[in-house]
Ligand binder design. Structure first.
Ligand code: IPM
Ligand code: MN
Length: 347
């Protein structure tokens, strides 16, 4: 029997509840396909920070490196630890250290879910650059607290970084409906974004079978609301992709349905799978967090691990569950009840 070693980081807020709910589903699906998932749980979180002064131990990254994948719930408890500390102490360093440069986020309506648009039939795959761009962390503050204070945050776009994410986008488009939307703001940002547009043009010559269209981020935001059915694969820089995928989550019915995969396509380090953020402190103790986004992220993990059959079973079970009207509205059903329904649908 093939065993996949998974590092579980449930994290903060609703994280532990959705991870536990999803884990049972994933294990059941894997075992039905002759595979097993083994979990090693890490308590790294804002609680851990309060006890130790760090979000994870100094050798945390090295500890995670030996796993086949990381499965993460949510990070952040802003009432006690500033988000800028918690995220830069756990989630963001993992994405960078493991070169998880492609963040994949699917946006479509599951059966039974209405969404706010009164529109059906869209199926968008957002590909977000995940290691550089606006999240590079280059910058600083000087003259702090004085009237002369200055804050600088420099976006960094490397040729290697831009080329590999665009290629990834082209490949995904090729494997789907052959359409790629490349998102920038090159009418206002004339260095980085013009560079991205030029790289898109350059690579387009290698993918004559892919129809590529450049969009500005503002127009793309409008299009995702007004005509999402016209989109297939959307590729964007780190911050633009971050914002567009919360919009994507909204049009698919909310964060409870928004799955994501932080992929290292070269497989030189583990990839990480997590529902689109966050920890939802407002509902953390109510037991009503929707585990579907996490289960879907888990299906993406199974697929990455080569367990295509198990992944397909999980998605079929999720679709059967929402199709029966379970877990389709925020707060409607308990986390456990939704997970139980998915388990039943798995058989
Ligand atoms: C996401 C989140 C993170 C991000 C935050 C929590 C740092 O919003 O995964 O989309 O901006 O990448
Ligand atoms: Mn986000």
């Amino acid at each position: 029997m093939k065993t996949h070693d998974i590092a579980l980081i449930p994290g903060d807020g609703i994280g532990p509840a959705v991870i536990d709910a999803a884990w049972e589903v994933l294990q059941r699906a894997a075992s039905r396909h002759g595979a097993s998932l083994s979990a090693t749980r890490f308590p790294w979180s804002c609680d851990f920070y309060r006890q130790t002064g760090a979000m994870m131990p100094a050798d945390g990254i090295e500890t995670l490196r030996r796993f086949d994948a990381v499965f993460l719930g949510a990070v952040g408890w802003p009432a006690e630890v500033p988000d800028s500390v918690s995220l830069h102490g756990l989630l963001l360093p993992i994405r960078k250290a493991f070169r998880q440069y492609a963040n994949i986020r699917p946006h479509r309506l599951l059966p039974g879910v209405e969404g706010p648009l009164r529109k059906e039939g869209f199926d968008i795959l957002c590909i977000r650059e995940n290691t550089e761009g606006e999240y590079s962390g280059a910058g600083g503050r000087v003259h702090v607290g004085t009237p002369d204070e200055v804050a600088v945050e420099t976006a960094i776009f490397t040729r290697v970084g831009v080329e590999r994410i665009l290629r990834f986008g082209f490949e995904q488009a090729r494997a789907r409906r052959g359409k790629l939307a490349s998102v920038t703001k090159s009418n206002a940002q004339k260095h980085t974004m013009v560079f991205w547009d030029e790289m898109t043009q350059l690579l387009a010559a290698e993918y004559p079978d892919v129809e590529v269209t450049p969009y500005h981020i503002d127009a793309m935001a409008a299009r995702m609301v007004m005509a999402p059915e016209t989109l297939d694969v959307v590729v964007a820089s780190n911050l633009f992709g971050d914002i567009l995928t919360d919009l994507g989550a909204a049009i698919q019915g909310g964060l409870g349905f928004a799955a994501s995969a932080n992929i290292n396509p070269d497989r030189t380090a583990p990839s990480m799978f997590e529902p689109v953020h966050g920890s939802a402190p407002d509902i953390a103790h109510l037991g009503v967090a929707n585990p579907i986004a996490t289960i879907w992220s888990g299906a993406m993990m199974l697929e990455h691990l080569g367990e295509q059959g198990a992944a397909a079973d999980v998605m079929r079970a999720v679709e059967a569950t929402t199709g029966r009207g379970i877990g389709i509205r925020p707060g409607q059903d308990k986390t456990d009840a939704i997970a139980k329904a998915v388990l039943e649908a798995l058989g």
